[in-house]
Design a protein around this ligand. Structure first.
Ligand code: ACO
Length: 325
């Protein structure tokens, strides 16, 4: 019993009030519900309004995770927030969340791995918790991609949405066996050769502007299916599980076709796949924790379930993790 494991104590989500469905999207750019549904599976997305920021959504998701765990903000000593749409260039949005929650101890920082950000954040927090340095962490994915979209570019603006999700992890003693609860394994990868396939064309050190999202959609699609299958197989090998052992597959919600192709390639039962892309669009780092909170909230994910998460995003970055809930 001398090992520590990062066990999920709570999950939470927050979405902006305003919903834009595909019919409304077709009034903004030359597109249609048919095109968007067929190519992506997206039907609607939430878009942040005035006063709704990455930080405010992250704080609301964190509070919901604390409520499920029946813990107080001061029980938290680490906040890792995954985002590529921070409230400010600095300080880290994680410190804004820390302040809003009234926490003045411990540490808070942001992680930027774009759509893979939540897997990167979870893996980072897991290592801090297993080292014994911190006891309880909020791992948050929060984004307001609507603010970096080019709303005249129909090839990108129809794909994304805003939102936040959070997991509350606690370091608990474990035998180290794969049936014990907690994060069992996580695997991160990146390959900067592809950094110009999905990027934002601005930044403080280059253009001194925020910039807009640019993407070569077909290239991203092609790499996503290959890279995601590879990282999932690595995670399964590390834990000795097969794809058929997974209770819930909770992929990054970028595109229904990427999710279908990946689960088909791995032989994952479609009934075990959690899908929120239809209602949320692609919320980048927020998509996995939003989907986890959705499936936990509606009773699908139960204590003890084996949950596989994966994501790929700009950089390229990608990764996966297996959690015994
Ligand atoms: N509405 C109507 N027509 C459109 C739209 C739109 N919103 N966008 C593009 N088109 C048109 C194009 O102009 C093109 O027309 P043309 O043939 O007359 O030139 C036609 O549709 C086909 O365009 P493609 O880009 O070839 O369409 P594709 O089948 O590749 O689908 C898509 C595009 C959905 C972006 C796809 O490539 C994709 O899913 N890529 C993955 C990208 C992704 O999910 N990125 C998210 C971030 S990364 C991540 O999270 C993994």
């Amino acid at each position: 019993m001398n090992k520590l494991r990062s066990v999920v104590r709570g999950s939470g989500a927050a979405l902006p009030k305003r919903i834009i469905d595909n019919a409304e999207m077709a009034t903004l750019v030359d597109t249609s519900d048919d095109w968007i549904t067929q190519r992506t599976g997206i039907k609607s997305r939430h878009i942040a309004g005035e006063g709704e920021t990455t930080g405010s959504l992250a704080t609301a998701a964190a509070r919901a995770a604390l409520a499920e765990a029946k813990l107080e903000p001061n029980d938290i000593d680490l906040i890792v927030l995954a985002t590529s749409t921070p409230d400010h260039t600095f300080p880290a949005t994680a410190t804004e969340v820390q302040h809003e929650l009234g926490i003045t101890h411990g540490a808070a920082f942001d992680v930027n791995a774009v759509c893979s950000g939540f897997v990167y954040g979870l893996s980072t927090a897991d290592k801090f918790l297993r080292s014994g340095d911190y006891k309880r962490a909020l791992v948050i994915g929060a984004e307001t991609f609507s603010r970096i979209l080019d709303w005249t570019d129909r090839t990108t603006c129809v794909l994304f949405g805003d939102g936040a999700g959070a997991l509350l992890l606690e370091a608990q003693p474990s035998s180290g066996g794969r049936n014990d609860r907690g994060v069992l394994s996580s695997h991160l990868r990146s390959d900067g050769r592809y950094r110009d396939k999905l990027y934002v064309d601005g930044g403080p050190s280059t253009t001194k502007t925020v910039g807009h999202l640019r993407m070569e959609g077909r290239e991203v699609f092609r790499h996503a299916v290959i890279n995601l299958a590879e990282t999932i197989q690595e995670t399964l090998r590390a834990t000795g599980y097969a794809a058929t052992d997974i209770d819930w597959f909770v992929p990054h919600q970028a595109n229904r076709r990427i999710i279908d192709a990946t689960s088909h390639k791995l032989g994952i039962d479609p009934a075990r796949v959690v899908l929120t892309v239809d209602k949320h669009g692609n919320t980048s780092a927020a998509s996995i924790p939003l989907a986890l909170a959705t499936a936990r909230g509606d009773g699908r994910i139960k204590d003890g379930d084996l949950v596989l998460i994966e994501a790929m995003g700009g950089g390229f970055t990608w990764g996966s993790a297996l959690i015994r809930w």
